[in-house]
Ligand binder design. Structure first.
Ligand SMILES: NC(=O)c1ccc[n+]([C@@H]2O[C@H](COP(=O)([O-])OP(=O)(O)OC[C@H]3O[C@@H](n4cnc5c(N)ncnc54)[C@H](OP(=O)(O)O)[C@@H]3O)[C@@H](O)[C@H]2O)c1
Length: 286
């Protein structure tokens, strides 16, 4: 994820300012796999999922959870091949097929190629999870046009292009699940103009595609995480106490908490939910 964080005027800092080390997230992913194994089910048997940005963080948790529920999974990454390969190994360990595809979501041709490779190697595409995101923060006057374009390319254009490429491979029961942000619903910190703008666009995309694809029994939904313990926004970061204070539950989500909502929307039980926004934010937006 392209992540540039500048100081913002109020001294809140920014959500992603502290970066946890890679090994702690890796341990978290491994631990997550072992705890989730106890609830494996077969709701997604025979399905194929593509998760963008699935090498770590929320995307890795989603990829693992969908595999534990029965799906074969393709995941994309930007640069961390090893992390993506580790997730692939964990998916294979639960008996599902998995591939890792290097595909920068800022590059529309790479996004389309990732969809086509998923369909080519895994046979179909039933579930698309648009998770990869750009997180570029800063005061209005300091944000550049390049950062504007990068944010829109990754957070808005890529979900659009991936949906466009995936839908022809989907049959009735297909699922598109976009990963937005609580910042689209409640802008409590300064410095989030690009990020909040781009994640808010996903609300409109989700509703419009939900309407358009409903006749083909394909659902389209948006999951808006709140603060979630990843390398982007570690739960022991410098701003965590402030963020926790805005939630009702008083703590960060685990990536598995977001993955659980995605898995429900992807499952047959989610069949009558479309165009919806599901907040997984511990009450941040209430
Ligand atoms: N964590 C939070 O508190 C939080 C809150 C609200 C919303 N979200 C949203 O949740 C999503 C995942 O966030 P996260 O916290 O899990 O992030 P993360 O820990 O930084 O993980 C990002 C993952 O996405 C991949 N990625 C990043 N940019 C990409 C690009 N341009 N093309 C392809 N892959 C890319 C990374 O690949 P590499 O490993 O190769 O770099 C990595 O696998 C994002 O859309 C984010 O906006 C997160």
């Amino acid at each position: 994820m392209l992540s540039a964080v500048r100081p913002v005027p109020t001294g809140h800092g920014a959500v992603g300012a502290g970066m946890a080390n890679a090994s702690s997230d890796h341990r978290q992913t491994a631990g997550l796999l072992s705890t989730r194994l106890s609830v494996m089910n077969n709701a997604l048997d025979g399905k194929v999922a593509l998760v963008t940005g699935g090498g770590r963080g929320i995307g890795a948790a989603v990829a693992l959870r969908l595999a534990q529920d029965g799906a074969d999974v393709a995941l994309t990454f930007q640069q961390n091949q090893q992390r993506a390969d580790d997730v692939v190994d964990q998916i294979k360990a639960v008996g599902r097929r998995a591939i890792a595809v290097q595909a920068d979501s800022a590059d529309p041709a790479a996004v389309v190629a990732a969809v086509d490779r998923t369909a080519g190697e895994l046979g179909r595409v039933d579930i698309l999870v648009n998770n990869a995101g750009a997180f570029l923060l800063g005061p209005l006057e300091q944000l550049s046009l390049e950062e504007f374009e990068q944010t829109v390319a990754v957070n808005v254009r890529a979900p659009f292009v991936a949906s466009q490429a995936a839908v022809p491979h989907m049959s009735a029961g297909g699922r598109i699940i976009n990963i937005g942000s609580n910042m689209a619903q409640r802008a409590v910190f300064p410095g989030f103009s690009l990020y909040a703008m781009s994640k808010t666009a996903l609300i409109g995309l989700t509703k419009a595609l939900g309407r358009e694809l409903g006749g083909r029994a394909i659902t389209v939904n948006l999951v808006n995480p709140g603060a979630t313990d990843t390398e982007l926004n570690p739960a022991d970061g410098p701003n965590a106490n402030t963020i926790n204070g805005f939630t009702a539950l008083g703590h960060y989500a685990k990536p598995a908490d977001v993955a659980a909502a995605v898995a429900f929307l992807a499952s047959p039980d989610g069949r009558y939910i479309t165009g919806a926004t599901v907040n997984v934010d511990g009450g941040f937006t209430i």
